[in-house]
Design a protein. Structure first.
Length: 337
């Protein structure tokens, strides 16, 4: 392997931002192929998953990269060797001999541990490897933006209850010690609102949530700044939620890990018709409700990525009312609408 990455091809800033992952970049920049081979009848195969991440802080982007990694491994698990019907990779057999190596210099970030879904060894950094390190079997995952969940996020996906996404969610939850895959049975409904603290905040959010709590005593309304707590604690809160609501943003990726039969509420900026989180809800079997914010009184020269969103209180109450009442007769609940 190369310790000094080769100069990569020129790519536009936009492409670099969104697609700075995947086999071409990794193979061109960090790998030197050698035709030499060694064999032994008693040899144990070793595997290295070589990863280049786009970044470490955007939940949607990071999770899509990890999801692409799991899809890549699963393809190997159903692809037979050329000489017999044995798959190229078998997780139960090969996980103890699998090592993840991160080649980028981004900080670990909150989702770092999830790269170890298929390995029992600690995750290594490329810069910590000795010079001229050689590996036997390299696995370079597909690009994060290359999987079908991300590629189709501007169109409605009619598919429901995806086994691929369910398998990924269950693997991740098991990694963090959460193995309950059944619907919640609590009689009280828990609504978790994503508290965005830096940008794209919901104007008058505190007052809106207080009114929501007053009008729905059967509901526990909580506002959570997920960025301020550990990832395991984030998953614990999600596993104890019935409804996940918030302004459009990466935090809604948590919908992947909601219990079965939950609901998602998305408040979209004016004119934005992104379907990614609607598709997540459908693929996981959740109810989904959305509304668009009104035009802001002042744009401050920004765009929807940074502008706060403005939604009339009655429209906020209307969309939450629909989501809450969708939970009235699920599990052990039996409430009149």
């Amino acid at each position: 392997m190369k310790k000094d990455p080769a100069r990569l091809r020129d790519i536009s800033p936009e492409n670099e931002r969104w697609y700075d992952t995947g086999p071409p970049l990794v193979l061109d920049g960090w790998v030197q192929m050698d035709n030499g081979t060694q064999s032994s009848s008693e040899h144990t195969e070793n595997y290295t998953i070589l990863v280049k991440r786009e970044g470490a802080t955007n939940y949607w982007h990071s999770l899509m990269e990890i999801y692409s990694m799991t899809l890549s491994i699963d393809v190997l698990q159903i692809t037979p060797e050329s000489t017999d019907s044995t798959p190229l990779y078998i997780a139960e057999r090969d996980a103890p001999n699998t090592q993840v190596v991160i080649v980028d210099n981004h900080p670990d970030g909150p989702y770092f541990d999830m790269w170890s879904l298929f390995t029992k060894k600690p995750i290594l950094r490329f810069d910590d490897l000795p010079e001229n390190t050689t590996f036997e079997n390299l696995i370079v995952p597909l690009a994060g933006a290359g999987n079908t969940l991300w590629q189709g996020d501007w169109e409605v996906n009619s598919c429901e209850k995806s086994k691929l996404l369910n398998t990924f969610a269950n693997r991740a939850l098991t990694l963090y010690g959460f193995n309950n895959t059944k619907p919640r049975q609590s009689k009280k409904i828990t609504l978790t609102f994503i508290n965005r603290v830096s940008k794209r905040k919901l104007a008058n959010q505190k007052q809106y949530l207080e009114r929501l709590q007053q009008e729905f005593p059967l509901v526990n309304v909580q506002s959570i700044d997920f960025a301020a707590i550990s990832y395991k604690d984030q998953l614990k809160i999600i596993q104890e939620s019935d409804i996940l609501a918030g302004v459009h943003g990466a935090g809604l990726t948590h919908g992947i890990f909601l219990p079965p039969g939950s609901a998602m509420v998305e408040i979209l900026p004016p004119g934005l018709n992104h379907k990614g989180f609607r598709n997540v809800a459908s693929l996981r079997g959740h109810d989904y409700f959305s509304t668009h914010a009104s035009d802001p009184p002042s744009t401050h020269g920004g765009d929807w990525h940074s502008e706060d969103v403005y939604l009339e209180v009655q429209r906020f109450m209307d969309v939450m009312n629909v989501a809450i009442k969708a939970m009235y007769n699920k599990g052990l609940r039996s409430y009149d609408v």
